[in-house]
Design a protein around this ligand. Structure first.
Ligand code: TYD
Length: 144
């Protein structure tokens, strides 16, 4: 199964759609051996039990690519890259938000049952994080 672009908001962040196998028993989406994904998945993690007033993220990455999926519940993602800034509301397990390198992200407004599944292109490396907004803005300015 191949993910298809929904609305290419920008190079740095946009929605992709998973095909769905649906019948009266419910729905199923599959990721099999990475087929159809925009990168090779090296890491999977998930956020859960996030308090409603909590904010996650608040950083960008130098090289990491990620796909965020609202497996359950809903949450918002504000994404800022060189070409655009956009606030997504993820609430549909058939959609994945692609976040590329050089994209600042803030996750907030989680519902009580929200689970955010993250597929990542690289293993965890603290050296890949840009955690300072000023440093991020300087990096963007350097790319214009
Ligand atoms: P962080 O990426 O800052 O969380 P978020 O962006 O969701 O707010 O990570 C929070 C902590 O978890 C940090 O101390 C590093 C650790 N961590 C790992 O050990 N491995 C991982 O794969 C991730 C994503 C985080």
């Amino acid at each position: 199964m191949t993910l298809v672009p929904v609305d290419k908001t920008s190079m740095g962040h946009h929605l992709l759609s998973f095909p769905v196998v649906s019948d009266i028993r419910g729905k199923l989406s599959v990721i099999e051996d990475g087929t159809g994904l925009p990168f090779h998945v090296q890491r999977v993690y998930y956020l859960y039990d996030v308090p409603e007033n909590s904010r996650r993220g608040g950083h960008a990455h130098l090289q990491l690519q990620q796909l965020l999926i609202a497996i359950s519940g809903a949450f918002s993602v504000e994404a800022t890259s060189t070409d655009s800034s956009y606030c997504y509301r993820l609430a549909d397990p058939t959609q994945a938000l692609y976040i590329g390198p050089g994209t600042w992200r803030e996750l907030h407004s989680f519902t009580a049952n929200a689970v955010c599944l993250v597929l990542a292109s690289r293993q965890y490396e603290e050296s890949d994080y840009i955690r300072s907004w000023d440093e991020f803005k300087n990096l963007l300015a350097g790319h214009k």
